[in-house]
Ligand binder design. Structure first.
Ligand code: NDP
Ligand code: BG6
Length: 494
């Protein structure tokens, strides 16, 4: 890990694919926030690189509407753009990278200088870009780190080919594979909740927990970008990476230390205990238009002109995974994700078993620990209490830690901000290691192949609904009980 004193040396952050969507919507705003908050090394130069011929002024214009500028930030913003350059060049010609190298070198005064390359480029040019960085742009007087974005292949074979390709060019310590869910506040909090609280440790196991439900919901569909999505589908887009990463943090054993490799060793270990998903343990869905909806909601996935008319690509999926170890044998971990649903939500629900030896005539409901990742970070534990007053009735209630109420002054940073800063400080704790990726594909590849080879028809669900009704029965099959009786009362502040 880099010492903070190293922040005195020049750093260059090269954004490849600087003309693209991710760059303008996410990466430029993120580096601006880090710069604005003085979190980066003082002497950092940012260079955008892509094929499009444009000026840095044009890059600035395109990213403008995605960057929050607070009153008083104006001069800092000018300073930020003064530290930015843009160079147009091909992705496949070494000569262009040699020119890029010369350009970077101009700013590298002194004995030490570090370089970070962010690859916001499509998979089609990934190989060329990495080879050319290695051949022409490696730092000769400091570190070189490479940040890469998914997709990391589309099955076990293609992912392994990609990993082997990268391993020929860079050491694992140089590679920062982004799964942006690992940068989210409550995902990072999972380890703290579990390992810094004695109250949870003794019950975090098959003796006490009935099932774990990890959900991702989005209220919009592919909106004209289905052409890209159709090749991947919901399982590859969200379940195999974001949800499986969350699962590994919920289920792993306590790491030896907080060292990134100790943590990642435990994540890999728990993944190795999971057998590949079987076809009857997954249910897939695809959204159809809602005739009573507004605008986009009227359109189904197959109405997207970039999607083949007979596509069976899932836009929704529920799958149950079993961890065959002493802690978790028999406990279903249910992963559930979908687009064009009724709400935006990502959460973990740890559902405890029914109370044994019931003396309350069947009125007790299961305890549930809910970790809400978004929107609005919260941690709440649903539990039974006596209803206040003279009666001796049971009541469902909760212990509630809602961040917006408890930590009013704290601005929770965006996932990308944390992760990009981690690359500068050299912490790989929240990045995906090669062997984690391999395990993820081992678990998912066979069922993805079966779904595709057998052309399994996804169950239709209406845009804006909670998903296919059959999914609820699937949850019940995996011992997730929904009673519908819990009513939350938003606390009122006096
Ligand atoms: P509930 O037990 O009431 O669960 C409600 C959720 O269950 C629904 O949103 C739905 O989510 C799911 N559901 C509905 N029907 C079924 C079914 N047939 N089978 C299985 N699942 C079903 O409790 P919640 O924990 O969701 O709390 C209710 C509300 O209170 C939520 O809006 C929550 O955000 C809020 N709350 C907020 C807190 C806070 O902000 N701190 C604290 C506590 C509660 P889905 O569509 O995802 O399946
Ligand atoms: C991406 C998926 O990884 O995550 C997108 O490719 C999805 O399809 C996005 O919309 C969701 O991220 P977030 O942070 O908005 O929940």
């Amino acid at each position: 890990m880099e010492n903070i004193e190293d922040f005195q040396f020049p750093h260059t952050f090269v954004l490849l694919g600087a003309s693209g969507d991710l760059a303008k919507k996410k990466i430029y705003p993120t580096i601006w926030y880090l710069y604005r908050d003085n979190l980066l090394p003082k002497n950092t130069k940012f260079i955008g690189y892509a094929r499009t011929k444009q000026t840095i002024q044009e890059v600035r214009e395109k990213s403008k509407k995605y960057m929050k500028i607070r009153p008083g930030d104006e001069s800092k913003l000018e300073e930020f753009w003064d530290c930015n350059d843009y160079i147009a060049g091909s992705y496949d010609k070494r000569i262009d990278y040699e020119l890029l190298n010369q350009h970077i070198s101009k700013y590298e005064k002194g004995l030490v200088a570090n370089r970070i390359f962010y690859l916001a480029v499509p998979p089609t040019v990934f190989q060329d870009v990495t080879v050319n960085i290695k051949n022409a742009c490696i730092s000769i007087k400091g570190y070189t780190r490479v940040i890469i974005e998914k997709p990391f292949g589309r099955d076990d074979v293609s992912s392994e080919a990609l990993s082997n390709h990268l391993a020929c060019l860079f050491r694992e310590e140089q590679l920062y594979r982004i799964d942006h869910y690992l940068g989210k506040e409550m995902v990072q909090n999972l380890m703290t909740i579990r390992f810094a609280n004695q109250i949870f440790s003794p019950s975090w196991n098959r003796e006490n927990i009935a099932s774990v439900l990890i959900s991702f919901k989005e209220p919009f569909g592919t909106e004209g970008r289905g052409g890209y999505f159709d090749d991947f589908g919901m399982v590859r887009d969200v379940m195999q990476n974001h949800l499986l990463q969350i699962l590994s943090l919920v289920a792993m054993e306590k790491p030896v230390t907080l060292n990134p490799n100790d943590i990642r060793d435990e994540k890999v270990k728990v993944l190795r205990h999971i057998k590949p998903i079987e076809l009857n343990d997954i249910l897939v869905g695809q959204y159809v238009g809602n005739p009573n909806g507004q605008g986009e909601e009227k359109l189904g996935y197959l109405d997207d002109p970039t999607v083949p008319k007979d596509s069976v690509t899932p836009t929704y999926a529920v799958a149950a995974l079993y961890i065959n170890n002493a802690r978790w044998e028999g406990v279903p971990f249910i992963l559930r994700c979908g687009k064009a649903l009724n709400e935006r939500k990502a959460e973990v629900r740890v559902q405890y078993k029914d109370v044994p030896g019931d003396i309350f005539e069947g009125h007790t409901k299961r305890n549930e620990l809910v970790v809400r990742v978004q929107p609005g970070e919260a941690l709440y534990l649903k539990l039974m209490c006596k209803s206040p007053g003279m009666k001796f009735d049971l009541m469902e209630t909760e212990l509630d830690l809602t961040y917006s109420m408890r930590y009013k002054e704290t601005d929770v940073p965006d996932a990308y901000e944390r992760l990009i800063l981690d690359v500068f400080t050299g912490s790989q704790m929240h990045f995906v290691r090669n062997d984690e990726l391999k395990e993820a594909w081992r678990i998912f590849t066979p069922v993805l192949k079966q779904l595709e080879e057998q052309q399994v028809k996804p169950i239709p669900y209406v845009y804006g609904s909670r998903g296919p009704p059959e999914a609820d029965s699937k949850l019940a099959e995996y011992d997730f009980k929904y009673s519908g009786s819990y009513k939350w009362q938003k606390p009122t502040m006096s």
